[in-house]
Write a protein that binds this ligand. Structure first.
Ligand code: XIL
Length: 347
């Protein structure tokens, strides 16, 4: 090594103690998750994945699981009856592969984001059943071995009654059997992926949660291939995971199901105070602690990670700031709380 080299090394060593503070020892979220065989994930939007380097960097550094926020939905994948457009979905799956991340597939059957050509197409019952079967075969088949878990059916249960939602294209076209058809088609296309039923407002105990439990118990008793239940967890600030989550998880797990938190965010009323962000942090920590202490809870996935691109302000006026990074990719108290929960040794 020449003199300049030695000088440089010396200067670097001299700098080390300054960097070696408690903060420097903190690792990204995914490192703590990986130590525990756990997945911490985020929903990904195609546009910032292509155009925003800070977004890509943060995503790959912090998370070991992704889910597409929209790219796997019918509205994105099916511009017409005969065409598939896999560009967005492929980009996300490739990003995950090259960064050692698992992928959740979201979603194969949902009453929202169904393309116009399908809803207005005046198809017969058999045609719709065929379209659904073919869609699932094609999409699940394409990502076989790359997508580890699918939200096969999303939000099929009615908020009020706990029965099946009737305001759904799939229900109107096919009746309640669409659910079984979807799960069986997914299993044929990938025998190894975990097949999930995913919903919101069914995390704690409620009439809707009873409805989800009943649906899953019926499916299981008829031998329909369903492996897991997803709790979306779109929450309001003040939320805590508690005893009712434990009670609900236990009865679902007793059916032989695994559980994942699939779309967590905690929205706050704007403008928010420092206290609000502190309370938000406790909500995130409580969900992580809950999931990590429940042996069959496999993943904690957030619906995005930066407030810069969250769906909340577009859907809920006056609410926002629901994620763990601010708009400038600075970690919020919720980030540190989540990291502490992941880093803590088990119960
Ligand atoms: C949302 C997306 O975040 C938005 O970009 C889109 O406009 C509508 O859908 N439950 C789900 C997700 O299962 O697919 C939804 O995602 C949020 C609620």
């Amino acid at each position: 090594m020449n003199t300049l080299g030695r000088l440089l090394v010396g200067a670097l060593i001299a700098l080390l103690p300054a960097a070696d503070t408690a903060a420097a020892q903190d690792l990204p979220l995914r490192s703590y998750a990986e130590r525990r065989g756990f997945h911490v994930g985020a929903a990904v939007a195609v546009r910032p994945l292509r155009n925003d380097a800070a977004y890509r960097e943060t995503l790959r550094r912090e998370f070991n699981m992704v889910v597409a926020e929209n790219a796997f939905k019918w509205s994105e994948l099916r511009p017409s009856r005969r065409r598939f457009d896999f560009r967005g979905a492929d980009a996300i799956v490739e990003f995950a592969r090259s960064n050692g991340m698992a992928v959740r597939g979201h979603t194969l059957v949902w009453h929202r984001q169904v393309p116009r050509w399908l809803v207005a197409g005046k198809f017969t019952r058999d045609e719709v059943a065929d379209l659904l079967r073919q869609h699932i075969r094609t999409v699940v088949g394409r990502y076989r071995g790359k997508v580890s878990a699918w939200d096969v059916v999303n939000e099929a249960v009615d908020d009020e009654t706990g029965g099946l939602r009737a305001d759904s294209f799939w229900y109107r076209a096919l009746g309640p059997e669409y659910i079984e058809l979807a799960f069986r088609s997914a299993r044929e296309a990938d025998p190894d992926a975990k097949l999930y039923y995913n919903d919101y407002s069914a995390e704690g105990m409620s009439r809707k949660a009873d409805g989800v439990h009943k649906l899953l118990s019926d499916l299981k008793s008829r031998g329909v291939p369903v492996d897991g239940v997803g709790w979306q967890m779109h929450e309001l600030n003040g939320f805590r995971a508690g005893a009712e989550h434990r009670e609900n998880a236990r009865r679902l797990i007793a059916l032989g199901l695994e559980l994942s938190i699939t779309e967590m965010d905690v929205r706050v009323k704007l403008p928010a105070s420092a206290d609000d962000y502190g309370r938000q942090a406790e909500g995130y920590a409580s969900a992580a602690e809950f999931c990590l202490s429940e042996p069959n809870c496999k993943a904690l996935v957030l619906w995005g990670f930066t407030d810069k691109y969250s769906w909340i302000p577009g859907e809920f006026p006056e609410w926002g700031d629901a994620l763990i990074y601010d708009r400038n990719f600075r970690p919020k108290p919720a980030y540190s709380a989540l990291r502490r929960a992941l880093a803590a040794t088990g119960p």
